[in-house]
Design a protein. Structure first.
Length: 380
């Protein structure tokens, strides 16, 4: 790895911005960057797991994977993301919607079968899960420029550069001096976990801390099966429930692969944290059996990912809310002395799609375009 001039902080969903930023920099012949990812693998909130229990960390290769993070994209309205996916040669397929849906209106009423409806615009999924996108981007990058398992703990502004202070899981620290930082962390997480020297202005730091990280308080449950038996019953796999614990359920089957159902928990994060995971799984299985029959009670494997418990996604503030979509984060360049040295490119800074996968692509492109123009001026 060459001596870096650019540090990219983050390689998760917001850090999809980080991966895509690195990809764009390389395409423009700018290779002197380093990407820091606190987790052991890139992807972060984009997490796709194998149907096998032993591969629950999502690190397996192959196409038969299920999303524990973002699942869908919408080509009709997210043209830039669609173009990236096409350019990378990633196969896609439509979300299964054929058949009736089930509704549980209360604890006292049996599930009601109603006509399903087709979403417009069409919801699409990636073969191999959404992690096929982060995998494809990472494969295009210089692996020597990616540092995983190392969290950035501080940014210190020098006379002409930024000292990036990072720490691995064993507590080993290092300092990397760069000209510019592309911050691919959500604003709330950045404010809570990265120490700025000099400090960010108090009002600005408060704005960052008050910007919800999209989906951080949420959790997903996935159950895999040999076959999508609910389709034979004329059901789409979709359900809504006021009884829970899952409030919204969908068919998560992989085209040409295993069958699956997934659901978003309707139980708040501050309640879930007091319930053992084994008990949550048991309640989810019971609910699926209540809705889809006894075959649903015995999945081949099942998984829970509670993002509110993930220290690289959520902070304590995320336990208290439902992560409302409040719009775009405050301006992406911190004011004062930091303005010329830090550009925020996380999905939460997207103008069109804050918090979404498409937002990560948009925010990264805008940030890299501005930085690349400045970078070239310094070389001439």
């Amino acid at each position: 790895m060459r001596t870096p001039r650019i540090a990219i902080v983050g390689g998760g969903l917001s850090g999809l911005s980080g991966l895509y930023a690195a990809y764009l920099l390389q395409q423009q012949g700018i290779g002197d960057y380093v990407l820091f990812e606190a987790r052991e693998t890139t992807g972060g909130r984009i997490l796709s797991t194998s149907g096998q229990e032993t591969a629950a960390n999502g690190s397996v290769n192959g196409l038969d994977r299920f999303d524990l993070g973002p699942t869908w994209f919408w080509p009709d309205i997210q043209a830039e993301l669609d173009s990236v996916i096409r350019d990378l040669g990633i196969a896609r397929f439509e979300q299964h919607q054929t058949g009736d849906m089930l509704v549980e209106r209360s604890h006292d009423q049996a599930p009601v079968r109603v006509h399903g409806y087709t979403n417009e615009p069409v919801s699409m999924r990636l073969v191999g899960g959404m992690a096929a996108l982060t995998d494809a981007l990472a494969a295009e990058l210089d692996e020597n420029s990616i540092i995983t398992g190392e969290a950035v703990r501080g940014l210190r502004l020098g006379a002409h550069n930024v000292e990036v202070r990072s720490e691995d899981s064993a507590g080993l620290a290092r300092t990397t001096c760069v000209d510019h930082v592309l911050l691919a962390l959500p604003p709330r997480l950045a404010e809570a976990t990265v120490r700025f020297e000099p400090p960010l202005p108090a009002a600005f730091a408060q704005q960052w801390g008050g910007t919800p990280t999209w989906m951080a308080p949420h959790a997903k449950y996935v159950a895999t099966y040999k076959a999508p038996f609910w389709r034979e019953m004329g059901l789409s796999g979709e359900a809504r429930s006021a009884r829970g614990p899952l409030g919204e359920i969908h068919d998560a089957s992989m085209e040409g692969g295993s069958a699956a159902l997934f659901g978003f928990f309707g139980v708040p994060a501050n309640v879930r944290r007091n319930v053992p995971e084994a008990a949550l799984r048991a309640h989810c299985r019971s609910q699926l059996a209540r809705l889809f029959g006894p075959l649903a009670a015995t999945p081949e494997a099942d998984f829970i990912k509670d993002w509110a418990r993930d220290p690289y996604t959520a902070t304590g503030d995320d336990y208290d809310g439902s992560s409302p979509h409040l719009g775009v984060a405050p301006v992406n360049a911190p004011p004062g002395p930091w303005q010329a040295f830090v550009t925020s490119i996380a999905s939460e800074w997207s103008r069109q799609f804050p918090g979404y996968v498409a937002g990560a692509i948009e925010a990264a492109r805008i940030g890299v375009e501005a930085l690349a123009a400045r970078y070239r001026r310094t070389l001439t």
